[in-house]
Design a protein around this ligand. Structure first.
Ligand code: ADP
Ligand code: MG
Length: 229
């Protein structure tokens, strides 16, 4: 599903440059549930953003579902993002003046779906995350855990092959974090491929594989027995 070879990334700032990823090799197969760990500044988000085609690498190869991701123009990049990827962020990134249903339906608009189909599909996915009865509520009327579920429903509505989550539990209390991870485990049980950035060991242990980044390289990459609660 995803193959990365000798990937490098630097950020250029004026005359200086910060070498953040220094030769990443990584393969992820369909159906995996992978945690990316590492201390703050270790390059986790940089890697996730490159995988998510939100940013570009400088050197190395990145192949996603058989497509080489390189030098894409913004239109092509957006096309592949829509086709392959779903995103979940720590801060939920919901649109505050749109209700839960409208938030979930939005990416379907960009897929060119008609209004009725969008509503149906959005409601189906809200139901899947247990929030059918909250469809008409605005984000500020939802708890953190509920907001993150709306964000997940929005990501899933476009039927991505790979779900990318950057610290999805970072803004949640620990009980809600565990609930959210149980929900992600359920999605993975159904065959979804998940890549989750976290710096919390408890969260990583609920995945099936842990990759540790340090100073821009992979220090450790191991399959684990997934913790189920
Ligand atoms: P993590 O997610 O592991 O905390 P990041 O990938 O966000 O780490 O950042 C890795 C390093 O790259 C940090 O030192 C950060 O300051 C730097 N960095 C991240 N994004 C940018 C950017 N757009 N421009 C310059 N430096 C950046
Ligand atoms: Mg980060």
């Amino acid at each position: 599903m995803l193959k990365i070879n000798k990937l490098h990334k630097s950020y250029k700032m004026g005359d200086s440059s910060l070498h953040v990823l220094k030769g990443i090799d990584l393969n992820i197969e369909k159906g995996e549930m992978v945690a990316i760990m590492g201390s703050s500044g270790s390059g986790k988000s940089t890697l996730l953003n490159i995988i998510g085609i939100l940013d570009e690498h400088d050197e190395g190869e990145y192949t996603l579902d058989g497509v080489e991701i390189k030098n894409l123009n913004e239109k092509k990049a957006a096309q592949y993002r829509n086709k392959f990827l779903g995103f979940v962020f720590q801060s939920f990134n919901l649109i505050n003046f749109k209700n839960a249903l409208e938030n979930v339906a939005l990416p379907l608009y960009y897929q060119g779906l008609g209004r009725k189909k969008r509503q149906e599909k959005a409601l189906f996915h809200l139901d899947k995350v247990g929030l059918k009865n909250w469809a008409k509520h605005l984000p500020n009327e939802l708890s953190g855990g509920q907001k993150q579920r709306v964000a997940i429903a929005r990501a899933l509505a476009a039927e991505p092959k790979l779900l990318l989550a950057d610290e999805p539990t970072g803004a949640l209390d620990s009980a809600t974090s565990v609930e959210l991870m149980q929900f992600l485990q359920q999605l993975n049980d159904e065959g979804r491929t998940l890549l989750i950035v976290t710096h919390e060991t408890d969260i990583a242990n609920m995945c099936k594989r842990i990759i540790k980044l340090k100073d821009g390289i992979i220090m450790q990459d191991k399959n684990i027995k997934q913790v189920r609660c």
